[in-house]
Design a protein around this ligand. Structure first.
Ligand code: CMP
Length: 140
């Protein structure tokens, strides 16, 4: 099934100047960029986006980190895009991420872990609508 998923290249990876290297991995795996923007999230946006984690002990650090610099947000489209993106990213904790994954290669810590990706079709739909409401998503 052709799916869409939301990808965020986080402030650590943007600061490292590896947006292109990460996008190349997505494209190399057959995912297409259906929408993209570089933005500085407000605290309110970061808190709303990660609302599901609001009660977790790491929530404040997560929000602090996500507003620490610009992020590159994309909609990726392709066959099995959600699982494919998660495979490319590797485990949330870069210390546990398989060799050759984005987090193994570019991330430093569980907070500064280079990328976010939607974890299921339902969350992908919510996350895409949050950052790309309306018509600026291009199926191709
Ligand atoms: P992400 O996929 O963006 O979703 C929530 C983020 O919280 C996660 O990646 C991590 O960067 C961060 N985080 C920090 N500590 C934890 C933790 N113990 N478990 C899960 N996520 C964590």
């Amino acid at each position: 099934t052709v799916e869409r998923t939301l990808s965020i290249i986080k402030p650590d990876a943007v600061a490292k100047n590896v947006i292109g290297q990460i996008v190349a991995r997505f494209e190399g795996a057959g995912l297409k960029v259906a929408a993209a923007k570089l933005v500085q999230l407000s605290r309110a946006e970061a808190e709303q986006f990660y609302a599901v984690h609001a009660a977790r002990p790491f929530f404040k650090d997560l929000v602090d980190f996500m507003v620490s610099g610009p992020v590159f947000i994309q909609v990726l489209e392709g066959e099995g895009a959600i699982a494919k993106n998660r495979d490319l990213m590797g485990a949330t904790d870069p210390k546990k991420a398989a060799a050759g994954t984005i987090r193994a290669d570019f991330a430093e810590s569980i907070d500064a872990n280079a990328v976010h990706g939607s974890d299921a079709p339902e969350t992908a739909a919510v996350e895409i609508a949050f950052f790309f409401p309306g018509l600026n998503v291009y199926s191709r």
